[in-house]
Design a protein around this ligand. Structure first.
Ligand code: UDP
Ligand code: MG
Length: 133
């Protein structure tokens, strides 16, 4: 069993996809360990996406992630980190496989609906960042 962190981004919330996305994970068998809706602080987003800080689009990502409320979840399941990433799909929705969340609901990387931790190590850090545990 592994825990992983998921964020339904502001576009997912605005498009009213929260229920649909959570349903996908629940139907697959993931357990919701924690769940909250909040407006992210700029500082939190900058830390969360620090690996992108040299990219020209960094501030676009920061502005996008703070443009409205997000839903943050901890999901638990077998091989949780990799399984959830697989369901999320590639960063660029146009490269994401059909049936993945990004392929089904998005067209561009800049607003690709959802975040999921990319490794067990990031999952631990991100769970601590968003839920302080
Ligand atoms: N991003 C973007 N343009 C890019 C690469 C990334 O707008 O060329 C955004 C995109 O929203 C992505 C986020 O920055 O989800 C984090 O990038 P990362 O490489 O960590 O991708 P992810 O882990 O989300 O698939
Ligand atoms: Mg990432």
């Amino acid at each position: 069993m592994e825990e992983t962190l998921v964020i339904i981004k502001p576009d997912g919330v605005k498009k009213q996809l929260v229920g649909e996305i959570i349903t996908r994970f629940e139907k697959r068998g993931f357990k919701i360990k924690k769940l909250k809706m909040e407006q992210l602080r700029e500082q939190t987003v900058k830390e969360h996406y620090a690996h992108l800080k040299e990219q020209v689009f960094f501030m676009d990502v920061v502005n996008f992630m703070t443009s409205g409320p997000v839903v943050v979840l901890i999901l638990e399941g077998p091989n949780g980190v990799a399984s959830v990433r697989q369901m999320v799909g590639a960063t660029n929705p146009q490269d994401a496989l059909p049936g993945t969340i990004r392929a089904d609901y998005a067209f561009v990387s800049g607003s690709n609906i959802i975040h999921a931790s990319d490794s067990l190590e990031s999952a631990k850090i991100e769970i601590e960042r968003f839920f302080g545990e």
